[in-house]
Design a protein around this ligand. Structure first.
Ligand code: ARG
Length: 318
């Protein structure tokens, strides 16, 4: 079935013309992920560009693996690495892929592990780790993201610290104000973001459905969480099954703002305690930014034990 999803995603050109008229706080014309804006350099210090033969193909997120200020584990989507990973490298600390910064770090991958229950037909369990040949060192522009179960604890190294994330993304006057930080959480389920909680997706992917080229500069877009029932309803009408415990939807009913091809594997974060937290991994959609087809993200909180087992089995940072 995700044969359908992927085919639609990859070939779904010629969709609606996207509104690109908004101007962000700095006066720059809106450019996208789709409908987003350029991230301030260094404001998503956990984001990784996964590259093959020097070309970006997917995003990823650097996570904490121990008490040292470095990490050799990147989280991404299973569909990014499922078909092979020769000459895979991870680039950290990047902003403009066309003019590499002096502080960026490029490390090759030694191994990739996708979730054993990943199903390419349904895209369920779309999560994988990339194990790096050597650790990436944390710096002003390279930091790990927090995971949904991380708590504030004295003495442990920090996560999710963005020195300069632009505070907000273009607001949507037609919608109620999103909850203030820290992120709105479902009562009793500390790591599950509630409907309408504002999330930020980021990546170097296409800036319009069917677009011709990836973005050189890192783009970001704010998208609210869509409730699981609504998400399942919207996708079932298109013949696609949503697994609510494993998937998270985010986007506007009217479309216009979304992640897109090339953003896959990258982060969906929200500001929380102890820092920006990875709630989702960009997974799939029908086209990009279409009304009624929110982006679908892997629900990271569902994979705590699997992620911890991958760190224990594969990380050489202790
Ligand atoms: N599957 C796409 C990729 O490989 C990401 C799709 C996200 N699509 C969306 N409409 N949010 O890059």
């Amino acid at each position: 079935m995700s044969g359908v999803v992927v085919a639609v995603s990859l070939l779904g050109c010629g969709g609606s013309e996207l509104e690109r008229a908004e101007v962000d706080a700095t006066g720059r014309m809106d450019q996208a992920i789709v409908g987003g804006n350029e991230a301030r350099p260094g404001s998503h210090p956990w984001i990784i560009s996964l590259q093959q033969y020097g070309s970006h193909f997917c995003g990823g997120s650097l996570i904490r693996v121990g008490n040292r200020a470095e990490s050799d584990i990147v989280l991404t989507a299973a569909h990014c690495i499922y078909d092979g990973t020769s000459r895979l490298t991870a680039v950290a600390g990047a902003h403009d892929l066309a003019s590499p910064s002096s502080t960026q770090q490029v490390v090759s991958a030694t191994k990739t592990v996708y979730h054993p229950a990943y199903n390419p037909d349904t895209t369920v369990n779309d999560i994988a780790v990339v194990v790096l040949a050597k650790p990436i060192k944390f710096s002003a522009t390279v930091q790990p993201v927090c995971l949904p179960w991380d708590t504030v604890s004295a003495g442990s190294p920090s996560c999710g610290q963005s020195s300069s994330m632009r505070p907000t993304l273009v607001s949507q006057p037609s919608l109620a104000e999103p909850p203030r930080n820290p992120v709105g959480l479902v009562p009793g389920e500390a790591s599950v973001p509630a409907e309408n909680t504002m999330m930020i997706a980021a990546g170097w992917g296409l800036t319009s459905e069917g677009g011709a080229a990836y973005s050189n500069v890192l783009l970001q877009v704010g998208v609210p969480i869509v409730g699981s029932a609504a998400l399942a309803r919207q996708y079932s009408s298109q013949g696609i099954t949503i697994f609510p415990e494993a998937m998270l939807g985010a986007g506007y009913a009217q479309g216009g703002k979304d992640s897109c091809q090339g953003d896959s594997g990258g982060p969906l974060v929200a500001k929380a305690l102890p820092g920006y937290t990875l709630y989702g991994i960009t997974s799939f959609g029908i086209g990009c930014a279409r009304a009624g087809s929110p982006g679908v993200y892997t629900r990271v909180s569902n994979y705590r034990s699997w992620i911890n087992a991958q760190i224990a089995n594969n990380s050489r940072v202790q």
